[in-house]
Design a protein around this ligand. Structure first.
Ligand SMILES: Cc1ncc(COP(=O)(O)O)c(C=O)c1O
Length: 403
């Protein structure tokens, strides 16, 4: 058989989905599995969106324009302005989720082994998007002890090489829940200016900021407007991951022109789905504010539960709907299998996302897990008790560090 490309071997299996067979087996044995591993919102998709689906004014499902339907670009523009973000419809391209926008933009700004800085742990699919675009991700490693903040601009400067083309960040962060401080964002902006870089700001969780914290969008750096590319999506903010509508927005005309060619090559984004999202984009602010309050209650339940487990370094998520944490366990991947195969408490267990897959650097994250807040606070509290009992029962538990 002919060999497959070298690039194809660089795509990792999703660390989030690889435990699925063990979870199915646990369920087949009658154990209730609480899925903490996946960011698939549990709350219903807004009725406005479902109503729009039922009343689509379509008699023919033709290709939509490659840049997106005018109604959908207008609606994204209205959505941005409801959050004081300025993008005209012609500065927005509708994409098949944020995922497609990320795939396009990485290969537009870099390629041929060029480097893009990223904070790790990071959204795991960045690794696959970068591999597809022939981009080398250069990680700036963050630690749970620092709340996964990087703090100093020197951390960024130290990673710049002649091959660096861009800084990619997710704010608020999946997987850590970090909301970067104003000073950290300024540091990113300054390094981008000093080194002539683009900033790709993945803001799919923009409105989910807890504790009355400020929403810190990269769009507010006006002097950087030509360098900034915003990646966005309806998936999480409107509980509509399956609708697959996202966008890329930038004031940089050259990027829009080139990205449009990528869009033309894939023809279009589904017509019906583009129409479905219009009502929520135009009028969804109150909805996502309510959601944020719910995620904050869930975050509190998870934090309280984690803090009560001996030897755990809990991390107070500041936004998104995830947290990452370190467990006193030698291998969280094996521990996650143990939880599904060998452990239950009152007929229930939990499915975790092991930390390793969120790191660019091999060998990091073995003692970390990501927890998603996709159940009500009570269930999450129960899940943390199960986790605590399992940590106590696990044979690979590490001895507490000597102080
Ligand atoms: C940080 C981040 N970016 C992008 C995506 C992809 O979003 P979409 O469903 O819009 O493709 C996700 C999905 O989980 C994500 O967490």
């Amino acid at each position: 058989m002919p060999e497959l490309s070298a690039k194809s071997s660089m795509l990792q299996a999703s660390p989030i989905r690889k435990l699925a067979p063990h979870a199915r087996a646990a369920e087949a044995n009658g154990t209730n599995v609480i899925y903490l591993n996946i960011g698939q919102p549990d709350l219903p998709t807004p009725p406005e969106m479902i109503a729009a689906l039922h009343h689509l004014p379509l008699t023919r499902l033709a290709y939509a324009p490659s840049e997106g339907l005018p109604e959908t670009r207008d609606a994204w523009s209205a959505f941005f302005s409801s959050w004081d973000i300025d993008f005209a419809p012609d500065q927005i391209l509708v994409t098949s989720g944020a995922s497609e926008a990320l795939t396009f933009i990485l290969s537009i700004v870099a390629g041929g082994g060029d480097e893009v800085l990223v904070f790790e742990p990071c959204y795991t699919n960045y690794l696959s998007f970068a591999a597809q675009a022939d981009v080398r991700l250069v990680p700036i490693t963050l630690r749970v002890e620092d709340g996964y903040h990087f703090g100093s601009i020197d951390r960024l400067r130290a990673c710049i090489t002649p091959k660096t083309r861009a800084i990619l960040l997710c704010n608020p962060s999946n997987p850590t829940g970090t909301v970067y401080t104003a000073d950290e964002l300024k540091a990113v902006a300054q390094v981008a200016l000093e080194n002539d870089l683009f900033v790709i700001s993945d803001e799919v969780y923009r409105e989910f900021v807890f504790d009355d914290g400020l929403i810190r969008s990269f769009t507010h750096f006006k002097d950087l407007a030509q360098r900034i590319i915003i990646i966005d999506s309806v998936s999480k903010r409107f509980n509509a991951c399956g609708v697959r509508i996202g966008c890329m927005a930038t004031q940089n005309r050259e990027i829009i022109d080139v990205a449009l060619r990528y869009c033309q090559a894939r023809l279009s984004v589904p017509t019906a789905e583009q129409l479905m999202v219009v009502p929520m984009l135009e009028n969804g602010r109150a909805y996502s504010e309510r959601l944020c309050g719910e995620y904050e209650r869930r975050r509190d339940a998870v934090f309280k539960g984690l803090a009560a487990i001996d030897g755990v370094i809990p991390n107070l998520s500041e936004g998104s709907f995830y947290t990452m944490t370190r467990l006193p366990i030698d291998s969280c991947e094996e521990f996650a299998v143990f939880l599904l195969r060998d452990f239950s408490l009152d007929g229930e267990t939990v499915c975790l996302a092991p930390g390793e897959g969120f790191y660019v650097t091999d060998g990091l994250g073995v003692d970390e897990v990501r927890v998603a807040f996709m159940y009500d606070a009570e269930t999450l509290g129960r899940a943390m008790k199960i986790l605590g009992a399992a940590v106590g029962a696990y044979p690979g538990r590490l001895a507490p560090a000597k102080v």
